[in-house]
Design a protein around this ligand. Structure first.
Ligand code: ADP
Ligand code: TRP
Length: 326
């Protein structure tokens, strides 16, 4: 059994880019029989950007509801909120004492985020990779599926774990490996740039129908007249449609574009309808966990916390022993 682990920050409601680029692939991986997955909501990491309590609570629930809506098997795997297992922060402290400041100074994501911000960066943002290392090492995780931007953080985790193991001359921690799927494409947003909550160009597939249509209607298109043939390969609606459609459906839409007398508005309607049919079950389940039965969501997370805590406690006993804290 390979132990797979990944976290997703609760810094917004998951959008189509997060779902196709991170959540679905992680769930698919968790379904393979020889894998055991540890998937958690990195709500502590979200504190580096979100300070408002009710907002975080809402996003945390939305992230959890998305994973469940997309069919994560919580019996086979472990699914929890990072903040509810205190060992994450405890281990982060221990690891910080094995982490050279210059290593953190070199973190590209810290440099980028702190340069973009108008206020001085927080210490939390600076030690963000140490908390991430704790998340991983606490569960002896072997494979970490992440996006390209996270490669450096996994390298740092390996460096911190190696420094620790070297100090005690023993393999206290397992060295994890990043799994970066280079084939995964970047999903475009409604303006054609990378879909991201920071660019406000995302599609929230769980919106009520009228609101969803309002967003889809805003997808950028060029000014080719209705009667003219259109180039599907440069059109954002077509790209998005193809991501969800079967090959036949995509071919059919291509034919309509190239034939002329087919407007972008009609294409957008087709895409909107495809979202509704393709994600009908997921939309229903999301609504079930968010609105109809929030207690069911809470129960899933609570059960996951118990499972995660049992493992985290075992690791910490081992670590405290080495450090002379017990
Ligand atoms: P955002 O850019 O909206 O803030 P995050 O950085 O929180 O998204 O990303 C969470 C996960 O979703 C990461 O694994 C990231 O690689 C993936 N992801 C985000 N946006 C996209 C996108 N447009 N296409 C594919 N994957 C994406
Ligand atoms: N930093 C990751 C991101 O922003 C989220 C994360 C936190 C994570 N802890 C992790 C990912 C541990 C993998 C493993 O996407």
């Amino acid at each position: 059994m390979s132990r797979i682990l990944t976290g997703i920050q609760s810094s917004g409601r998951p959008h189509l880019g997060n779902i196709l680029g991170a959540i679905k692939p992680a769930i698919d991986l968790s379904k393979q029989s020889d894998n055991e997955s540890f998937l958690f909501i990195a709500d502590l990491h979200s504190l580096t950007s979100i300070k408002d309590g009710p907002t975080r609570r809402e996003y945390t629930r939305a992230v959890a509801a998305t994973w469940l809506a997309f069919g994560l098997d919580t019996e086979k795997n472990t699914f929890w909120r990072q903040s509810r297992v205190a060992e994450h922060t405890e281990l982060a402290w221990h690891l910080s004492c094995f982490t050279p400041v210059p290593m953190l100074n070199n973190a590209t994501s810290f440099k980028e985020k702190s340069e973009r911000s108008s206020t001085p960066a927080s210490t939390g943002l600076f030690i963000y990779p140490v908390l991430q290392a704790a998340d991983i090492l606490l569960y002896d995780a072997e494979i970490i599926p992440v996006g390209k931007d996270q490669r450096q953080h996994i390298e740092m985790t390996r460096d911190i774990a190696s420094a620790f193991n070297r100090q005690y001359n023993e393999d206290v921690f397992v060295l994890p490996e990043a799994r970066i799927d280079e084939r995964l494409m970047t999903i475009p947003g409604i303006d054609g740039a990378k879909m991201s909550k920071s660019y406000n160009n995302y599609i929230d597939i769980f919106l009520p129908e009228n609101e969803l249509w309002k967003v889809v209607k805003k997808i950028k298109s060029d000014s080719t007249p209705l009667e003219d043939p259109k180039n599907p390969d440069t059109d954002i609606t077509f790209q998005l449609y193809s991501l969800l459609a079967s090959d036949e459906q995509a071919q059919e839409l291509r034919r309509l574009y190239e034939g002329g007398n087919y407007g972008y508005g009609t294409a957008k309607k087709a895409f909107y309808e495809l979202i509704l049919t393709k994600f009908a079950t997921e939309r229903e389940r999301f609504n079930y966990y968010m609105v109809e039965n929030p207690d069911a969501l809470e129960a899933e997370l609570k059960a996951g916390e118990e499972k995660a805590r049992a493992i985290a406690e075992r690791t910490m006993t081992r670590v405290r022993e080495k450090l002379g804290f017990n």
